[in-house]
Design a protein around this ligand. Structure first.
Ligand code: G3P
Ligand code: MG
Length: 245
């Protein structure tokens, strides 16, 4: 069965990467959530997509230039989701504690493509251990050295390569590094024969960001490991339809 992961939570309906979006994902029946991790000035993993706080909060500047206490003073903009209460940038620990309670799988995307935050891998693995989430976490990153580091620190951890370009022999490359999964972009798997190649690789394949219903259907019918979507409710509906035949 293709699993449904909520991209930055159920971000089609609630402000991205907030507790509201993660709780809604659970309510909509997602098996997992995907979230993005950056590091505060005092080295605390926080859940926010961009390197700056400008797009999603009422503040300005880089995540790395604020302590956690300072970051918590900013408020997440509700944008088009006015029905939600004002919220704050969650820490990774807050989300992991919630996920543990819900038995929810968490795909932690390490945002180390622009700033390679010192020891972000160690700090993240420590939190996963502290919250006893080892069996429910999948680490991914566009920075594949970050994934190598995760494997060095936690050899048993489930890992995956994120990529948005077409990479030659990515399946062999992943297997060679002991990496368990591939997280390709949806526009990429629709090109040529790549989907078939990935499905045959024996690796876990989770595609992002699958928001169009026709793509959801095509991927669910292909038997892919998971789709990562802003609309978990739609994906659930399509999966149920597909199971009914
Ligand atoms: O992890 C899948 C996806 O989230 C990667 O891209 O920019 O949405 O973090 P982005
Ligand atoms: Mg992401």
């Amino acid at each position: 069965m293709t699993e449904i992961f909520a991209h930055r939570g159920a971000s089609g309906y609630a402000p991205e990467n907030t507790m509201d979006a993660f709780k809604l994902a659970v309510k909509q029946g997602a098996e997992g959530i995907e979230l993005d991790v950056q590091l505060s000035k005092d080295g605390i993993p926080v859940v926010i997509h961009d390197e700056t706080i400008d797009r999603v909060t009422n503040g300005h500047g880089y995540v790395k230039d604020y302590t956690l206490e300072e970051l918590k003073n900013f408020t997440i903009m509700k944008g088009k989701y006015q029905e939600y209460e004002h919220s704050k940038i969650p820490t990774l620990e807050e989300v992991l504690v919630y996920a543990k309670k819900e038995n929810l799988t968490v795909n932690i995307e390490l945002k180390t493509g622009i700033y390679w935050y010192p020891e972000i891998e160690e700090k993240t693995v420590d939190l996963v251990k502290k919250t006893k989430m080892e069996d429910l976490v999948i680490y991914s990153s566009f920075n594949h050295y970050s994934i190598r580091k995760i494997k060095e620190i936690a050899p048993q951890a489930e890992t995956a390569y994120l990529y948005s370009d077409v990479i030659l022999q990515i399946d062999k490359y992943a297997k060679n590094e002991g990496v368990n999964g591939l997280h390709p972009a949806v526009y990429h798997v629709k090109m040529a024969h790549f989907l078939k190649e990935y499905l045959q690789s024996g690796l876990k394949v989770r595609v992002w960001t699958v928001n169009q219903e026709s793509d959801m259907k095509m991927l669910i019918d292909s038997g892919i490991t998971a789709i990562i979507t802003n609309y978990p409710d739609k994906a659930r509906m399509i999966r149920e339809e597909s199971e009914r035949g």
